[in-house]
Each structure stands twice: as structure tokens, then as C-alpha cells.
Design a protein around this ligand. Sequence first.
Ligand code: IPD
Ligand code: CA
Ligand code: CA
Length: 259
Amino acid sequence: MSSYKNIAVLTARKAGILLKNKLGQRRKVAYKGAVNLVTEMDLLAEKVIVSIISRHYPNHNILAEEKTTRQRNSPFRWIIDPLDGTTNYAHGYPTFCVSIALEKEGKIILGVVYDPMRDELFLAERKKGARLNGKKIHVSSTSKLSLSLLATGFPYDLRESRVNNFDHFHNFALRVHAVRRAGSAALDLCYVAAGRFDGFWEMKLGPWDLAAGSLMVREAGGKFTDFSGKSLGLDGQRVLASNGKIHREMIEVLKMGRI
Ligand code: IPD
Ligand code: CA
Ligand code: CA
């Protein structure tokens, strides 16, 4: 495991620093949907990550957001978001990260999320806890929804679909201290793990948004489920993560909206 860990950390740092160094420059933006952006830096970061991982583990499977799907006969699969927070990045807004997870036989065993702007490296290993820059992290102890700080995001099809999270946002905003929409789901999950957010919900996420962050939340003592509280894999349709203590109350609020 430790060599997987070292490679994942080294790779996330390398891609993150590359992104940081180019932040604020003029971007070539292409559109995957009306508001779903991809820049040349998403592609470059993915290329860097995939080439390092392929060099070390040529027989492993890979699922990366932008282009790379490699299917070998291996129990291992790397799940990669080379740049989580592309819209922020394209506008020079300094909140984004690199997310790399390793799955073995369908279970996430390692998650690394690197925020190069704050030089924060989140690391989770299955059954070994979660760490931020080497120090153990734990979810918050907030026990009431009304005292919580939450995070969420909105799906890219928000102009076309009525399942766009505005109803849930409204319902939560009236019941908590505040709701943040920072623009990086992987970092949002790490912030739940670190106790900075008490809870997070979002709809229509991809496996690369969740893979590392889900392990982070669980290993930090939190809960990661669907909107009804059922244990969740990498199906990002309805994701609910929290410190565990406010989970039930969050489920009740989600029931009031369109799901
Ligand atoms: C997006 C971010 C955002 C979330 C979107 C994701 P991307 O990932 O995580 O916070 O609201 O749903 O798709 O496109 O920047 O990698
Ligand atoms: Ca993403
Ligand atoms: Ca991305």
C-alpha cells in the first residue's frame, strides 16, 4: 500500500503545482455543455497523472474524467479527477484540487486530494484514518442542523432539468448557519472530513468527484450515503455526506424537495 500511497501523493502534488503555476493565464475553454467547461489544463493535468500512474502500474485499470479509460484484467482501478473546480480555475478563482483514488475489487482503499493554493494534502487510507498534511483529521461534533455550516453544488444541466438542487438549497439555507457553494465537490468532501463543513449534499456527480472524498469522510468518522441514508458507492446521483450527527436531520430536509 505504501508505494501506491507515495505514487498517488507525488502525482497529485505534481499535477497540482502545474495547475497552480498556470492559474490566472488566459485559458482555452471548450464546452461539454452550456456551463460545463473544460480547459487545456484539465487535459494536461490528466496527461501528467495518467502517464506517471501508467509508468508505475501498467496493468492497472484507469478511469479519468476527461479522456482516459483503461480496462485491463486487474483488481485495481485508479479513479482520477485531474482538476476538480474547472469553472473556478477558468476564471482564476483559486479554489480547485486534484483528486486521485485507488479502488481494489470495487472498494476504495486510498484517496488523495491536493489543494495546491493552500498546500493542503488530504490523504485517506482504508481502515487507517484520514490526514491533512500528515495530521489526523476528524469530522465536526456539531449535533444540530441549525448550528451547521453546509456545502453543496449545482448540476451542469441546471438550465434544462428541474432536478437542479435549487429546492434543496432553499430548504437548507433557511435552516442552517449558512450554505457554501465553493465549486469543488472533492474539496467539499475533504472539508467535511476535516470538520470545516458539518455536511454536504449534491446531485449528479461523477465517480471521479467522489472516489477520494468518500473515503476521506468515512475514515474521518463521518457518514457517506444517498439521500435516504443508504450506503453509497460511486453513484453520484444523490450524495449526502456529514459528520453523522446531523445526517438524520439532513435526510428529513432532503425529503421535502424534489429527488
Ligand atoms: C465539478 C465540481 C463542482 C460540482 C460539479 C462538478 P469539475 O467538477 O466538483 O463543485 O458542483 O457538479 O462536476 O467539472 O470542476 O471537475
Ligand atoms: Ca469534478
Ligand atoms: Ca474535473
